[in-house]
Design a protein around this ligand. Structure first.
Ligand code: AHR
Length: 319
């Protein structure tokens, strides 16, 4: 056995010893971003339900959208010697030091719904996320197909600056529409994944675009910003879903309601069910010591108005 292999084996053995024998005894610290969107609130609530099902003690720390609060929470979880840490990283950089501290304390870290930079790959056990580049591509492809050959000016509401999902959703969308010379993003700004900021930024887009008549479509990196943008369009006398096409990401109940009401056109679903697979992988890892795959990809699905009313009914009291 090489020195490196010996080190890896003893690190795994030490980690296993650090974990209790069954799920009922597990305590996991979850550093959650905050409650900026309906999707985020759903993810928090699903995480609680999934932990309860497995008799896991889940301690959730709400970082109120601030990385510094997430770092503090992780340090506090390390000090409490939790069995594992779940992290939904608000931005993709700046994690190395604190995740090294978790590794030194032999506490496995699982990323939920967002990535960190590849330099941190050795610092976490696994990540449960969607393919967010693909989400952007699905939105772009749908728009290109729907618009056809006419010229279309698009305005884009981006997610939080520095978040992996914001960069990826932009990249996927831009790549998809690059194949269509008639589609052009004329304005793009962050709305920080919130409804209020989405509305505010959309108001400024409408103003800058002479009342919004030249806007053919809105692409928002999440549904909440789109709901805010829909409000801004209605207040400006525009007809979202009719004169202005909309496509966003998440699949929260309110966007299905807007689609059913003819005020939105498409959403790309991101499941909030991330904690269940994460807990199962962690529990299996504790049992057999075999590291799970580095990435567990969650599904991506496009929804259109034809199923919106039924989807709204199905989802409205789900989380
Ligand atoms: O990381 C997932 C994104 O974060 C969701 O699309 C958005 O609503 C949330 O705030």
């Amino acid at each position: 056995m090489t020195l490196k292999a010996l080190f890896a084996a003893s690190a795994t053995a030490a980690l296993l010893l650090a974990l209790p024998a069954n799920a009922a005894e597990l305590t996991i610290g979850f550093s959650q971003i905050g409650s900026e969107s309906g999707w985020r609130a759903a993810e928090t609530s699903v995480s609680k339900q999934e932990a309860t099902k497995r008799k896991v003690n889940l301690k959730i720390a709400d970082a109120q959208q601030k990385q510094e609060n997430q770092i503090k929470a992780i340090r506090s979880f390390i000090a409490q010697n939790v069995d594992a840490i779940f992290l939904a990283p608000v931005v993709s950089t700046g994690w190395d030091s604190v995740l090294k501290e978790a590794k030194e304390a032999k506490i496995p870290v699982v990323l939920l719904d967002r990535d960190i930079d590849p330099s941190g790959k050795d610092l976490y056990l696994t990540a449960v996320t969607s393919d967010s580049v693909h989400e952007g591509a699905v939105a772009g492809d749908w728009l290109a197909k729907t618009v056809g050959t006419k010229a279309c000016n698009i305005v884009e509401l981006q997610g939080t600056v520095g978040a992996s999902v914001a960069a990826n959703r932009k990249k996927g969308f831009d790549t998809a529409i690059a194949k269509h010379a008639n589609l052009k993003v004329v304005r793009s700004q962050t709305g920080d994944f919130t409804r209020a900021k989405g509305k505010e930024v959309m108001e400024s887009f409408i103003k800058a675009e002479g009342g919004g008549k030249s806007i053919c479509a809105v692409y928002a990196h999440n549904d909440d910003m789109m709901i805010g943008a829909i409000q801004a369009m209605k207040e400006a006398g525009l007809r979202p879903g009719k004169d202005v096409l909309t496509v966003s990401i998440d699949g929260v109940p309110d966007i299905f309601k807007a689609m059913a009401d003819g005020q939105a056109n498409a959403t790309v679903e991101l499941t909030p069910e991330m904690a269940g697979p994460a807990l199962d992988m962690l529990i299996a890892y504790k049992k057999d010591g075999e590291a799970p795959p580095k990435w567990r990809q969650t599904p991506t699905k496009l929804y259109l108005p034809d199923t919106a009313a039924a989807e709204y009914e199905r989802r409205k009291n789900l989380y």
